[in-house]
Design a protein around this ligand. Sequence first.
Ligand code: CP
Ligand code: NVA
Length: 312
Amino acid sequence: MMPPVARSFLRVTDLSSEELRLVIDRALAYKKAPQRSPDLLRGQSVTLYFNKPSTRTRISFETAVHRLGGLPVTVGPNDLQMGRGETVEDTARVISRYSAAFVTRTYADDEITRFAKAASIPVINALTDGHHPCQALADLLTLRERFGKLEGLTLAYVGAGNNVVHSLLEASALAGMNMRVAAPSRYPADPVIVEGAKRLAEKTGSRIEITESAAEAVDGVDAVYTDTWLSMGDPFEERKQREQVLAPYQVNAALMKRAKPTAVFLHCLPAHRDEEVTNEVADSDQSVIFDQAENKLHTSMAILDVLVSGAI
Ligand code: CP
Ligand code: NVA
């Protein structure tokens, strides 16, 4: 028998522009009134599978499930029979019989896609090699709080192409925000994702621009974003090489000066201080990094809410 179709959140473009706005609105509502739906998950569990380390995403989702009245069941790669060869599909079918949703952080995007196909419950991507959509939700909420709107803002991402910038590209395009990405040709954002975001941006009236120049990208922008130069899953042997190639992409005070005086600095964290960002910038008044971290809790509640309640 085919499982009933459940909406999942594997990448930002699984949402429409309107749905994305609804999730951000709902996250704001949860931030104002954390106890607005204490029974949404009453008597139910949410399974969280973390195959990579996590501080913010894991703790925010566990707390979100608790605040919504449910039980978070967190497992790692050594806990599940999947580690001994049970298929992704069988695991998905089994967990669908117990839990209201499945939140997963893993490597290959293909694994999470297969899981969602076989599951009859919503599957939420808590980070894969290709995407970090929950992070983008927290980032949009942070920018919306700071500027009152997203449409027409310009965000510059400076650093290595990775999951975080991919999700930001999709989120910016859907939200009508302009985005500039400065990355070296050796570590670019995935061109397929860039092209998809550009097509979406055309529809929402925003602009996506790619450059190799950090200075050019940051000129006059409202927000500057960076992330680690070496993501979880990237070959550790590349570390030295990446440090060399990416050194001109460090976000420091001189680079921040090129942005608007009202510009904010964002980082999904964990930060590698004095590598991709200086302490001076990370700890400056312009930095909103801990608001982003807090907002992961409110957006975790919101995405669980809209998927489990069937609001989208
Ligand atoms: N930003 C983020 O996803 O942090 P964690 O890896 O700590 O979850
Ligand atoms: N790009 C980073 C994000 C960590 C939250 C990584 O994948 O390791």
